[in-house]
Write a protein that binds this ligand. Structure first.
Ligand code: ADP
Ligand code: 5SP
Length: 482
């Protein structure tokens, strides 16, 4: 492998299922080395992970990168959004983190919205109407269900903050990830003291919000388990979706569909979002703009689970289905049905396993595409190609389903790890003073084949919408009925 042309930077994606680390040549965007290590998530009613596992996975992924990581001049960590990490006075987790896809705090979410001004108030104040994914509802759940644990908390962090702090020794976050907490006012770009007081959380327990382009700290001494040199610059990091937007060098008007543990659909915008229906979360991006986004809880894992139940390979889909499968195995967030479970309708003697699997893909993609127009600015060109990213974007069945149900051209970037690349671009920006999105555009990370538009399969979309609305009473049942 030829020598790097510029300084090396490290970008990390600490997402739900694994940590991925890339060492990237800041001059060209060439990936010089990479590593990946898995995480475990609890099953049953809740979704929890021990944050120390993320650190161990980070160390393992970086060690796989070898000497290159040691030479890096700057590093940035992006992570799964919303997770509630609670630390004691020694910086140790008080309990496992409550993750974004843990729906146990749905009653707290409902109560908070009702008791504090209603959906319009929340949307205008924080950009989003908080559902069970939002950190503020998880803190309210903890205070109610585990008051002793809540009382012993000395610091509250998001997943990427926890890892960054272990590198630098300083409690920091960024506006992108802070905007998914529910206690960061997008209107004023500051922590919202009224909301924090309502849930009994002392603002002193929260990290400092680092500005875009600002250095969060440097790698501190004593990290013999990490292959970084002392003094390596550490960027603010951000949430994984905001990082992927950086990693694609995304401009307003281009929609992104990400297929991972979560399904997300988003765009960047210069206008601060405030959707009182709660479908679109009004996140901030990691630059100074906005990231209207809709997210589903059931995407690649749910469809893989259906394939496993059927004993099929994930690509073994067959066309011609009139079966509807709503794959809401984990409850759902878009549509907002936290207590829902999977639902199958329209089964006949001649239905094949491959058609059932196709129905699961259709159900997962339908939920995301319903929000596509809502995340785009009014003047966006509706024929622009949809960028398809995340682990699922590599699958032909996912690509073809998105193509058929969106009716849009679909571009699949060749670059694999866009979240880690976005973090790397943020780290590179610290060294060169460039806008990280401009760095990614220079690296040509979004380049990839474009699958031409096909006619949109309106009949399938309408059938799924019809089942969704007819089955509403079943799907709306609360978590106690799961
Ligand atoms: N070749 C492939 N075809 C279809 N799906 C894939 C392929 N490779 C990985 N996946 C899916 O990608 C998912 C992981 O995606 P990823 O974006 O890394 O998730 P996360 O960031 O949520 O941890 C897995 O659940 C798997 O189903
Ligand atoms: O909750 C959201 C977005 O609001 C999720 O997108 C999480 O950020 C988890 O991401 P993945 O692990 O699926 O990438």
């Amino acid at each position: 492998m030829s020598a790097a042309e510029g300084p090396l930077v490290v970008g990390v994606d600490s997402s739900t299922q694994s940590t991925k680390a890339l060492v990237v040549d800041a001059a060209t965007g060439r990936v010089v080395a990479s590593g990946q290590a898995p995480h475990t998530v609890s099953s049953g009613d809740g979704r929890e992970s021990d944050p120390r596992q993320w650190w161990d996975a980070l160390c393992a992924a970086l060690h796989q990168c070898g000497e290159a990581a040691h030479e890096a001049a700057a590093v940035s960590i992006a992570g799964q959004q919303h997770g509630l990490v609670t630390l004691d006075a020694q910086g140790e987790p008080v309990r496992p983190a409550l993750l974004w896809n843990d729906v146990r705090s749905a009653p707290q979410a409902r109560r908070l919205v009702e008791e504090l001004g209603g959906p319009k108030f929340w949307a205008e104040r924080t950009g989003s109407v908080p559902g069970a994914s939002f950190t503020v509802t998880k803190w309210a759940w903890l205070a109610e269900h585990e008051p002793e644990a809540a009382r012993s908390v000395a610091a509250v962090r998001l997943p990427h903050d926890y890892l960054t702090e272990r590198l630098t020794g300083q409690g920091t976050t960024d506006r992108g990830d802070a905007s998914g907490t529910g206690w960061w006012a997008s209107a004023t770009e500051a922590y919202d003291e009224e909301i924090l007081a309502r849930v009994g959380l002392d603002p002193a327990l929260l990290p400092r919000v680092v500005r875009p382009g600002e250095v969060a700290g440097t790698v501190r001494d004593g990290h013999h388990d990490l292959p970084f040199s002392r003094g390596t610059l550490v960027a603010a990091g951000t949430g994984d979706n905001a990082a992927a937007a950086l990693g694609l060098g995304l401009r307003p008007g281009t929609p992104v569909l990400s297929l991972g543990t979560s399904g997300t659909v988003y765009a960047v915008s210069e206008h601060r979002p405030a959707d009182p229906t709660g479908t679109v979360a009004g996140f901030a991006d990691a630059r100074g703009g906005w990231l209207p986004l809709a997210c589903t809880l059931n995407c690649t894992l749910a469809v893989d689970r259906v394939a496993a139940l059927l004993g099929l390979d994930r690509e073994a889909v067959e066309p011609g289905t009139s079966v509807t499968l709503l794959p809401y195995l984990d409850g759902e967030r878009t549509p907002n049905l936290p207590g829902a479970s999977g639902l199958l309708h329209g089964l006949r003697h001649d239905t094949t396993p491959g058609q059932l699997l196709q129905a699961a893909y259709d159900g997962a993609v339908h939920a995301l595409l319903g929000a596509l127009d809502l995340v785009l600015d009014q003047d966006a060109d509706r024929t622009t190609a949809l960028l398809l990213i995340g682990g699922g974007a590599r699958g032909t069945a996912w690509q073809q389903t998105v193509r058929r149900l969106s009716g849009r051209p679909v571009q699949v970037p060749q670059a694999r790890e866009l979240v880690a690349l976005g973090a790397a671009a943020q780290a590179a920006g610290l060294l060169t003073g460039e806008d990280p999105a401009a760095v990614a555009r220079r690296w040509k990370t979004a380049d990839g084949p474009v699958l031409e538009a096909v006619e949109r399969d309106e009949a399938t979309l309408e059938r799924i919408s019809g089942v969704l609305s007819d089955a509403a009473p079943l799907l709306e049942r609360g978590p106690q009925n799961r």
